[in-house]
Design a protein around this ligand. Structure first.
Ligand code: SIN
Length: 288
């Protein structure tokens, strides 16, 4: 049950709302975490899908060390790196930028063969107002459909690609002035439309507006109709949360079980986040 925090002994967990998300307090990410603490963080992570650790004035090395205790840190070649190993990248919007990064509902890098398992963001510079991030629960999005539609969805595959990014290459290059890497190769990959979460085993809808091109074997029109319906249904306010960042908050989200949406409502201000990605595994179809 989402609201039940009685199983946590080493950390304090405060749910952000009935849908998903929790604040984890009484943890200092600057220190090496005990095994008990780490196990409870992982257990809270799979229960709440998005965790927020507030007041964490850590440097990038400490940020990487925390991430390495949770999983395998994966280099990110889409953003300009902070370190030479591309482990920490910067998500930056400056006053001269109109667009932001991640300003639509999406899963990070869903077009990869093994999409990232999790993403971490550390809030470095925030606008005076705005710049919140929203999260939606993709397992609840699936479970709220009728058994009849669930059965159909479980039998489908969808093709994902990074064409959306590729088509915007020139615009991204000029808008973000070299802060985004634009010389990536085109990736296209088919995935089950409903995956079994690798840890929790929960059914999870795996499609999103940025990377999903097509339901395999369906016409463009059929595919567009179904995807638009799924997208609209997935973001019912009841299955989302909106997080208002504090300076030095670290967020950790389950990239397979959620979508996120970075709000672009702070013109002429700066927002800077440092980001780390944790490697994922091959996705498996959910069998109903
Ligand atoms: C992203 O889409 O990864 C960026 C999220 C954010 O900046 O809040």
């Amino acid at each position: 049950m989402i609201g039940d925090t009685s199983n946590f002994k080493s950390i304090d967990v405060v749910p952000c709302g009935p849908a998903l998300g929790a604040r984890v307090t009484s943890v200092a990410l600057s220190e090496r975490l005990s095994d008990d603490c780490l196990q409870e963080i992982l257990s809270a992570f799979y229960q709440y899908k998005v965790l927020f650790f507030e007041h964490q004035a850590i440097d990038d090395e400490q940020f990487v060390r925390f991430a390495e205790q949770l999983g395998s840190v994966q280099p990110d070649h889409y953003f300009c790196p902070i370190d030479t190993s591309h482990r920490v990248v910067e998500v930056r919007k400056e006053p001269k930028n109109e667009k932001n990064i991640g300003g639509r509902w999406h899963t990070d890098r869903a077009f990869e063969v093994n999409p990232p398992a999790a993403t971490l963001l550390h809030a470095k510079t925030l606008p005076s107002l705005g710049g919140d991030t929203m999260f939606a629960d993709m397992s609840s999005a699936f479970k709220r459909h009728s058994r009849g539609l669930q059965k159909v969805l479980c039998g489908l595959n969808a093709v994902h690609s990074n064409m959306d990014l590729a088509n915007a290459r020139e615009q991204l290059a000029s808008e973000f002035n070299g802060r985004l890497m634009t010389d990536f190769e085109i990736l296209r990959h088919e995935q089950p439309l409903v995956i079994q979460h690798p840890i929790t085993g929960e059914p999870t809808l795996f499609a999103n507006v940025i990377s999903t091109e097509q339901i395999s074997g369906w016409t463009d029109e059929e595919s567009k109709c179904l995807l638009e319906y799924l997208y609209q249904h997935a973001v019912m306010p009841e299955s989302t949360i909106r997080y208002q960042w504090q300076p030095n908050t670290v967020a950790l989200w389950d990239n397979l079980a959620t979508w996120h949406y970075a709000l672009n409502d702070y013109p002429l201000e700066t927002r800077v986040m440092h980001r780390i990605t944790l490697a994922g595994t091959k996705l498996v179809r959910y069998q109903l």
